[in-house]
Design a protein around this ligand. Structure first.
Ligand SMILES: Cc1cc2nc3c(=O)[nH]c(=O)nc-3n(C[C@H](O)[C@H](O)[C@H](O)COP(=O)(O)OP(=O)(O)OC[C@H]3O[C@@H](n4cnc5c(N)ncnc54)[C@H](O)[C@@H]3O)c2cc1C
Length: 588
């Protein structure tokens, strides 16, 4: 009997041949291990499909799929194409992973760390779960005040930054589920987050938006939160400003096209700072705050996941899985910095604030729709970074910006369409991806028995969908202004290349977002913070009716924020931990 692994390999070999892709042994092993990291629902669909495919080849040819000729494989494959939706989704999934590794072949180095190996029942004064922007701020500030008494727990591993934008190895090693996730119902939104030392800051574009005054005032009014205004948090913002800078990449043709398309007399001009050093090097958390933390005696436990927490004899008991062993450790003070959906999931699984579970179940995305602009000149290099400029003419309805545009990211949306796929392969250097981003819709988290990770649902109401259509029309208009001669909307099979003269016709005919692909890289909300009745935590992130349990991460953002959130997440973390430290010290 052939193993499932061998069956997957046989199908992978077939897909490479069918789509005319190179298939070398080394990459094949990497890609197959990447496939296994994906969302369990995607894997379940893949395994079921491959199993059924093999049953049919046994019925028709008395052999497994791997043993029949390519010609017969093609026949069986064509037969299965009547289940077009499933087969094309599975092929998309495989082809995305293949093209990530094919065009982004840089390997990323594992970094060594003098890790803290925790012992069963070991006790710690301060434990921080998660090492993203929030966990980095919290652990570093705690360690400055209580040196050597802080433990950071991170479920991912510790890797260097790549020099190119998003190589395949980065997806495999640093992205949650290898970068392959989606909500399935009622809307399909592909979403991503970081799962490594430094969290999202290691894989994100590092675009910096300063915390927004109106947003903070709205938050105060909605949740009756103390000291949340911009003026009251300037000192924390100053600390974040030390990590951000303008980039020196404004000489490119694309940057000037983008810039000229903006209405610079209005609020539409938004050139962004980034989390980068004076020398243009990315200031991710592992290179800045976590570096300082480790150099100053801070303890870190990597590849360790907290599964459940509960309060027992005046301490928090953490059920952890570390290097394949499950055991408990204890914390006197516990800080949840797992990021939105994971902090929520941990609270739900641990049955904390049970009365608030309806609120904790919720989260928000910033859903994005995308289109490719095509230009006369070459404007894209392999694995090039995004340009740090956005059109905010229609803020707070939507913002428009440039998304990662290397060939594999364009191809990943068009594998199903041979004509466009070949066109992209030939002309990708003339293409850029644009996104229009919204703060719309509502998500719900479900914990499914025997599934480690949460299942997410996402819903948009009909007015929100209409707003997204309007936003997409603005996107087309904007791409036109950047002097693109054609566009390709990023969506499903029915979509084709649209020439300049037909932009308006296409835009006017658009009456649904059903045919467009949706994705999101910003996940927010679930833990409401303030003094209002519907708050899970008090004004400084302490979970109500629970001793010594604090939340400091992106789950605290429950007010509409159509901005890149890392700056705001860090401000909140500085603010909450500063309040904790002052309080703790004052109690002696
Ligand atoms: C591709 C991408 C691009 C982005 N671009 C930008 C941008 O340009 N600008 C911007 O401002 N924002 C951007 N963001 C968003 C930004 O990165 C996040 O808002 C930010 O990282 C959130 O910080 P956090 O600390 O709340 O959570 P995270 O950064 O998600 O960190 C949480 C950490 O906790 C760990 N963890 C979770 N659960 C557990 C557990 N149970 N046990 C142990 N460890 C656990 C995770 O592995 C992770 O490392 C982007 C995000 C992505 C994914």
């Amino acid at each position: 009997m052939i193993s499932m692994e061998a069956k997957i390999e046989a199908y992978y070999n077939f897909v490479c041949k069918y789509y005319n892709l190179s298939n070398d042994i080394v990459k094949k092993n990497v890609i197959i291990s990447h496939i296994k990291k994906a969302d369990k629902i995607i894997l379940l669909a893949l395994y079921s499909y491959i199993l059924i495919l093999n049953i049919f080849t046994y019925i028709f040819f008395f052999k497994s799929f791997s043993k029949i000729s390519y010609l017969n494989q093609k026949k069986i494959y064509k037969f299965f194409s009547i289940f077009n939706f499933i087969v094309s989704k599975i092929d998309d999934f495989l082809l995305i992973i293949i093209s990530f590794h094919q065009y982004g072949s840089e390997k990323i180095e594992k970094l060594n760390l003098n890790e803290k190996v925790t012992e069963e029942n070991e006790n710690f004064k301060f434990v921080v779960i998660g090492s993203g922007p929030s966990g980095s701020v919290v652990s570093n500030e705690l360690n400055k005040n209580f040196n050597g008494e802080v433990l950071v727990i991170e479920k991912g591993d510790y890797y260097d930054l790549p020099s190119t934008k998003h190589p395949g190895d980065e997806f495999k090693k640093k992205w949650y589920r290898g970068g392959l996730n989606s909500t399935y119902f009622p809307e399909m939104v592909a979403y991503s987050s970081g799962s490594c030392m430094g969290g999202g800051s290691e894989i994100n574009s590092g675009l910096y938006h300063e915390p927004d005054e109106i947003f903070l005032n709205n938050w105060r009014d909605e949740f009756l939160t103390d000291s949340i205004t911009l003026a009251e948090n300037q000192a924390y913002i100053e600390k974040i400003r030390e990590l951000v800078n303008y980039e020196n990449n404004e000489n490119s043709d694309f940057f000037s096209n983008f810039f000229q398309a903006l209405d610079i007399s209005s609020k539409g001009n938004s050139k962004l700072k980034r989390f980068i050093s004076n020398d243009n090097i990315k200031n991710s958390m592992s290179k800045t705050l976590l570096k300082e933390y480790i150099e100053n005696n801070g303890k870190v436990s990597l590849n360790t996941e907290v599964i459940r927490i509960n309060f027992i004899e005046n301490k928090w008991r953490l059920q952890i899985k570390s290097k394949n062993k499950k055991y408990n450790i204890y914390a006197e003070n516990l800080f949840l910095c797992c990021g939105s959906i994971f902090t929520n999931q941990l609270l739900l699984k641990s049955r904390i604030s049970k009365g608030m579970k309806k609120i904790i179940r919720h989260f928000n995305f910033h859903p994005m729709l995308k289109a490719v602009g095509i230009y006369e000149k070459n404007i894209q290099e392999l694995n090039e970074d995004v340009v740090a400029i956005q059109n905010i003419d229609n803020y707070p309805n939507h913002i428009i910006g440039n998304a990662t545009s290397s060939v594999q990211f364009i191809l990943s949306s068009f594998h199903y369409n041979k004509k466009i796929r070949n066109f992209v392969k030939q002309y990708w250097k003339k293409m850029k991806i644009f996104h229009v981003t919204f703060s719309l819709g509502k998500g719900r988290i479900f914990n499914i028995p025997f599934f480690k990770n949460p299942l997410l649902l996402y819903r948009l109401n009909s007015n929100e969908k209409i707003s997204m259509i309007k936003g997409y029309r603005e996107l087309i208009k904007f791409i036109k202004k950047t002097k693109a001669n054609s566009i390709i909307p990023i969506g499903n099979k029915k979509i084709d290349l649209i020439k300049y003269n037909y932009f308006n016709k296409y835009s006017n005919s658009l009456n649904t977002i059903k045919n467009l692909q949706m994705s999101s890289v910003h996940i927010l909300g679930g833990v409401t913070m303030g003094e209002a009745k519907n708050c899970v935590a008090n004004s400084y992130g302490k979970i109500n009716e629970n001793e010594n349990l604090y939340v400091c991460d992106s789950s605290l953002i429950n007010t509409k924020l159509l901005k890149n959130p890392q700056g705001t997440v860090m401000m909140l973390a500085y603010r909450n931990i500063d309040h904790f430290i002052k309080n703790y010290k004052s109690k002696g």
